[in-house]
Design a protein around this ligand. Structure first.
Ligand SMILES: [Zn+2]
Length: 318
C-alpha cells in the first residue's frame, strides 16, 4: 500500500509523508485511535516506507515493498499484544537485544508493536530501556487504542499520531471495493451506523448473515411465546439496511417452513419448529407462514423500512 491509499486523516498522512520525504520520521511512534480506524494498516505502510528502495517511498512495487506487504521482510519484525506472550517482559527483552543487531538488508530495522493495550507496565518498563538509548537505524511503531494505556515515560519518548474515523461517505467508498456485489446504499448505511469506522463497517457487512439468522430466530422465539413487546423491539432491528431486512425475512421464511412441516407431523431438526408445534395450533402456524410470505413480497416493493418493520410486527401477531 501507499500513503495515498489510506482513507481519511489527511493532515496526519500529510505530516507523515513529509517526514518520510525528509528522512525525519521519529525513531519511536505511537499510533492511537479507536479499533477499526486503520492503525495497523498505517503502521504497516510506515514500516514499508522505511525499507522501500525507491525514491517515492513506499512505492509498493520494489522487491522490498513486496516483501513488506507479504509480511516477509527480514527487517520488519511484528509483535502483537493480542497474541499471547508476544508483548511480555521476556518478549520485549528479546526485541531489545535484537534491536542492537544490524539490519539485514534495509537501512532501518522496524519493530511493529501492535495492540499495546495488552502490554503491561513491567513490559513497558523493559521497553523503556531501549527507547531511552535507541540504537541507530531502528524504528519502533506502536499501536494502541488510547495512548493513555502507555506509561508517561514511554509516551514522552515517542511521537504520538492520533487517528480518527473517516466520514461515512469516505468509509463506504473504501469498503465498497471489497463488496462489489453489495448495494452501495446498504454499504453507506452500514458506514453511517458505524460513524465512519472502517473496521466496524467491514465487520458489520461480514457478520450480516449470521446476525440476520440470529435475529430471525429470536423474533420467532418471541412470536411463539406471544411476547409482543419483544417482537416489536426485535423487528425494529431489521431497519439496519434493506439487504439485512431481506436476509432476516429469508430466515423467517425458512423457520416458518420448518414449523409448518412439524405441525403436520413431518420430521424436523429445527428446535424452533419443535417448540412451535408444542405451543401453537396448526391454524396459527399456517397463518404465520402465510403472513411471513406476504411480508417477503411487500419487502420486494420499495416500502419504507421503518413502516415495514412496524407492520411486520403486527402481522407476526397471529
Ligand atoms: Zn518500494
Amino acid at each position: 500500500m501507499q500513503f495515498n491509499e489510506f482513507v481519511a486523516n489527511d493532515k496526519l498522512i500529510e505530516e507523515i509523508t513529509e517526514a518520510v520525504k525528509t528522512n525525519t520520521l521519529p525513531h519511536a511512534m505511537i499510533l492511537d485511535g479507536a479499533k477499526g480506524t486503520g492503525k495497523k494498516t498505517l503502521a504497516k505502510i510506515i514500516a514499508q516506507s522505511f525499507v522501500c528502495t525507491s525514491d517515492n517511498r513506499p512505492c509498493g512495487k520494489c522487491p522490498a515493498c513486496i516483501k513488506a506487504m507479504h509480511s516477509s521482510h527480514p527487517d520488519i519484525f511484528t509483535a502483537d499484544g493480542n497474541n499471547t506472550g508476544e508483548l511480555t517482559v521476556d518478549a520485549v527483552r528479546n526485541i531489545r537485544d535484537d534491536a542492537y543487531i544490524m539490519p539485514n538488508e534495509a537501512p532501518t530495522k522496524v519493530y511493529l508493536l501492535l495492540n499495546c493495550d495488552k502490554m503491561l507496565a513491567p513490559a513497558q518498563n523493559a521497553f523503556l530501556k531501549v527507547l531511552e538509548e535507541p540504537p541507530a537505524n531502528v524504528a519502533f511503531i506502536m499501536t494502541v487504542t488510547s495512548a493513555n494505556m502507555l506509561l508517561q515515560t514511554v509516551r514522552s519518548r515517542s511521537r504520538l499520531y492520533t487517528l480518527y474515523p473517516a466520514s461515512p461517505e469516505a468509509a463506504a467508498e473504501y469498503v465498497s471495493v471489497f463488496y462489489p456485489k453489495t448495494d452501495y446504499g446498504d454499504i453507506l448505511h452500514a458506514a453511517q451506523l458505524c460513524d465512519g469506522n472502517i473496521g466496524k463497517t467491514l465487520d458489520m457487512l461480514e457478520d450480516g448473515g449470521e446476525e440476520a439468522k440470529k435475529l430471525a430466530d429470536d423474533i420467532f422465539a418471541a412470536v411463539i411465546r406471544g411476547n409482543e413487546y419483544t417482537v416489536l423491539t426485535l423487528t425494529i432491528k431489521i431497519t439496519a439496511s434493506r439487504a439485512f431486512a431481506v436476509s432476516v425475512l429469508d430466515f423467517l421464511t425458512e423457520n416458518a417452513a420448518e414449523c409448518v412441516k412439524a405441525s403436520v407431523g413431518a420430521k424436523t431438526h429445527s428446535t424452533i419448529a419443535a417448540d412451535a408445534s408444542k405451543r401453537m395450533t396448526k391454524n396459527r402456524i399456517f397463518r404465520l407462514a402465510e403472513n411471513i410470505e406476504r411480508a417477503k413480497q411487500v419487502l420486494e416493493t420499495n416500502v419504507n423500512l421503518n413502516f415495514f418493520s412496524t407492520w411486520l410486527s403486527s402481522v407476526l401477531r397471529v
